[in-house]
Design a protein around this ligand. Structure first.
Ligand SMILES: Nc1ncnc2c1ncn2[C@@H]1O[C@H](COP(=O)(O)OP(=O)(O)OP(=O)(O)O)[C@@H](O)[C@H]1O
Ligand SMILES: [Mg+2]
Length: 245
């Protein structure tokens, strides 16, 4: 089985080299745990290091702000976009019923999953995308009072993404301490892998951790790993390293 390296320092060694090709990974965590940075690091290094074009679907944050924020890590997204190695699909304004000035966006009239999938397939074909990030799943606005409906929608999404041939990361929010890994409580069953990011907002040291909840077809680490966000992005460390001086 081919593996798609995540580009997250320290992570690939914990999952036999990367995400199984063509599958989807859910990255879930509370607010500010690093889900957006995780997704963009996957796409940035995918393009830079592995020469794989990627698509970033943003449903919460506006593309111009994301481009600005990522400069901080030295990641020039605009340049990748100009080289057709990255394409941002803006769903952030469509969701609010507002038109977007982005080249690739969803129509402001009626936002739905089928339109999003069509746009993804169109862009994927154009740039030959191998990687995709949807940030975030809850922002797609599935009806999560109806578990069955949400499950069906997410199943359809991951099936069509697989057909497109991309290896995907989907992000989902959970409140810290909540006993499920996605907003709907169903997405974790549908996807092939789940990584959970934690943040304990007290003190200055080791307040970020992550664990691999599942990764189908993979022998993966079962530890709670320290995680760092620095000016270089996200790095996962081994448990032993935490105790080195
Ligand atoms: N240069 C940096 N150095 C250290 N930490 C940083 C840096 N830039 C961002 N962070 C941390 O990353 C967090 C933001 O990460 P990110 O936006 O990926 O989180 P998220 O899980 O997507 O949150 P949201 O719920 O807002 O979508 C900030 O709150 C901050 O703690
Ligand atoms: Mg985010």
């Amino acid at each position: 089985m081919n593996r798609v390296p995540t580009g997250i320092t320290g992570l690939d060694a914990l999952i036999e080299g990367g995400i199984p090709e063509g599958r989807s990974l859910l990255v879930s965590g509370g607010t500010g745990t690093g889900k957006t940075i995780f997704g963009l690091q996957y796409l940035y290094f995918g393009a830079k290091k592995y020469n794989e074009p990627g698509i970033y679907v943003t449903l919460d944050e506006r593309p111009d702000l994301i481009r600005q924020d990522m400069i901080r890590f030295g990641w020039d997204l605009r340049k990748l976009e100009d080289e057709n190695m990255l394409q941002i699909i803006d769903g952030s304004l469509a969701k609010l019923g507002l038109p977007s000035e982005e080249q690739f966006s969803l129509p402001s009239t009626g936002f739905d999953l089928d339109k999003l999938l069509l746009e993804i397939m169109r862009v994927a074909k154009r740039i030959g995308a191998k990687r995709l990030v949807i940030d975030s799943l809850p922002a797609l606005g599935f009806n999560f009072d109806n578990e069955n409906e949400a499950r069906k929608a997410i199943l359809k999404l991951s099936y069509l993404l697989m057909k497109t041939g991309v290896t995907s990361i989907l992000t989902s929010e959970i409140a810290e301490g909540e006993n499920k890994f996605g907003r709907y409580g169903v997405e974790e069953f549908v996807v092939d892998g789940v990584i959970v990011l934690h943040y304990m907002g007290i003190g200055t040291q080791s307040n970020r951790t992550m664990h691999i909840r599942k990764m189908r077809a993979t022998k993966h680490s079962e530890d709670l790993h320290p995680l760092q966000i620095t000016d270089k992005g996200i790095a996962v460390r081994k448990v032993e390293e935490e105790y080195e001086v």
